[in-house]
Write a protein that binds this ligand. Sequence first.
Ligand SMILES: C[S@@+](CC[C@H](N)C(=O)[O-])C[C@H]1O[C@@H](n2cnc3c(N)ncnc32)[C@H](O)[C@@H]1O
Length: 304
Amino acid sequence: MRELLQAVPGEVLAKFYGCGSPLPLGIVGLKVLDLGCGSGRDCYVCSALVGESGSVLGLDMTAEQLKVAEEHVGEFSRSLGYSKPNMRFVKGLIEYLDEAGILDASVDLVISNCVVNLSPDKPRVLQEVFRVLADGGEFYFSDVYCDRRLPLSVTSHEVLWGECIAGAMYVQDFVREASKAGFLDARVVSMSPVRVEDPKLLKVVGSAKFYSITYRLFKLPGLLEPTQEDYGQLVTYKGTIEEQEQTYALDNQHKFETGKLQAVSGNTAAILKDSWLSQHFKVMGDQRTHYGSAGDPALAKELA
Ligand SMILES: C[S@@+](CC[C@H](N)C(=O)[O-])C[C@H]1O[C@@H](n2cnc3c(N)ncnc32)[C@H](O)[C@@H]1O
């Protein structure tokens, strides 16, 4: 990722307002949509990651940011040796992807870096992402969350909005809304604290704690359950993702060693068998026999 970032034009990097690089690897050939792409840094990196057979669409509501993003497309795609650009940008709102002309089931991977917290209608964003994703597609994105529902004194604070703090969703509400939109069993890739250090702002937020979290939400209608259940299924990672030939971390609970048979829950088996990741995994077994809970150690202890 560091190598790819070095190739991104300086003006694009200078206007980057995200946090980290929340992008999955192994995405050659996929159709990617970046929600709130800003000056397009993550789109440029994805343009290289998906290769000439893939495509990237960056969407943002701010014309000045899009202008910077658009300016360097030709030169960047020539530097990658592409015969024509695989990346383009469109002005629009993340709540109304339909108005930006994004069709049902037309995208394989939706990414977003520090944007959803700024939306006044987050459930609608999740519904729109679910609509535009093809079956087996994924919303892989990073955002700011909170350990509680924030009071009006915080949510109406202009400076805290600009800092991507005031719109932070209570993490449990997010998981519930994601599930209502159809994204069951949200997976956490990484989580790190976001500290409010300014004494004046600290007084406004009080004891609330904020986190930057990268989530993976898979669109697998009818294949995921709200909880992780054991059907005795096994998985092996083929070692086919570039730069992750030895191990692959699906999320912060599931790491796969190349060639090793590992027991997984029904949901993990479905993700690895029926999402875009299926090309990199071999999944054995089916879900005809249920062997109990796979994800609740307390319940497992109680039942033992
Ligand atoms: C914190 S910046 C992050 C930009 C970009 N993802 C990056 O990493 O540099 C937030 C971006 O989201 C855009 N944005 C905020 N709310 C939006 C909305 N409802 N629809 C479309 N874009 C939005 C802003 O214009 C801005 O470019």
